[in-house]
Design a binder for this molecule. Structure first.
Ligand code: GLP
Length: 246
């Protein structure tokens, strides 16, 4: 596991964007696994800036997002489809036909899970998976105590996740209670993983995930078992680390 210490959110975003750029430049037809949440927004903005300068070309890139709320349509401004389109895809030259996100409107959860796993298999797997970190240690929407061996599946969101994500909705009752997510197995099959974290509110869980025991209680702790993980975190998120950690 490689750890890059960033000064602040901006620096974290630039460092993470540099790693994604390197992937796109080295393999123009790569498969990027993408994430939502507030953490990756600056990374996407930096990539857009470099694309506009002419330094990046996404025309052959394929993407597979981690997750999607169940029951939200693509044009719902809280859906992850909407998030990805408005925060990234609309501003780069990606072919929307090459982008993939679980279909939150598919009522058949087993069929949607199987379809999405097949999409990822057909792409030849994910080359670089970007991950944020939930306050309870979740990655994608793999909540604590979920089995590590799952592929894409439907999850019941935990009250703490619903609480954390309510800031984006008109009221807590509007937050979906379920989501489709790549499973831990799917995430662990990515060739490379890039975990980003910013802010003091992530400090405790980041330390538990990277330095504590590997346990389904802290889903992100499984990343310790992957052989190509890069972590980019800012000083605030690293405030529980001492110099001997990692
Ligand atoms: C959501 C997403 C995760 C994300 C997490 C943290 O629950 N499903 O993929 O990592 O939130 O979000 P934030 O970056 O806003 O802290």
């Amino acid at each position: 596991m490689r750890l890059y210490r960033a000064k602040d959110y901006k620096d974290m975003s630039r460092k993470a964007a540099n790693i994604i750029s390197a992937q796109v430049i080295m393999k123009p037809n790569c498969v990027l696994g993408l994430a939502t949440g507030s953490t990756p927004i600056g990374t996407y903005q930096q990539l857009i800036e470099w694309y506009r300068k002419g330094d990046l070309d996404f025309s052959e890139v394929h993407t597979a997002n981690l997750d999607e709320y169940r029951g939200l349509t693509k044009d719902n401004d809280q859906s992850y489809y909407y998030f990805m389109y408005h925060n990234f895809f609309k501003d780069i030259n990606i072919d929307m036909a090459n982008t993939n996100i679980p279909d939150g409107m598919n009522p058949d959860s087993a069929a949607e899970a199987a379809r999405y796993d097949q999409v990822i298999r057909d792409l030849g797997g994910v080359d670089l998976q970007l991950l944020g970190l939930g306050h309870n240690g979740h990655i994608g929407f793999n909540e604590p105590e979920e089995a590590f061996e799952k592929g894409t599946h439907c999850v019941d969101l935990q009250p703490s996740t619903i609480e954390a994500n309510k800031r984006f909705f008109a009221s807590i009752d509007d937050v979906p209670k379920q989501a489709y997510t790549m499973g831990i197995k799917t995430i662990m099959q990515a060739k490379k993983i890039l975990l980003i974290a910013s802010g003091e509110d992530k400090a405790q869980i980041l330390h538990e995930a990277l330095c504590g025991p590997v346990t389904p209680h802290v889903p992100a702790s499984i990343l310790q078992m992957h052989n190509d993980v890069t972590v980019v975190a800012d000083e605030a998120a690293l405030s529980k680390f001492d110099k001997f950690d990692l």
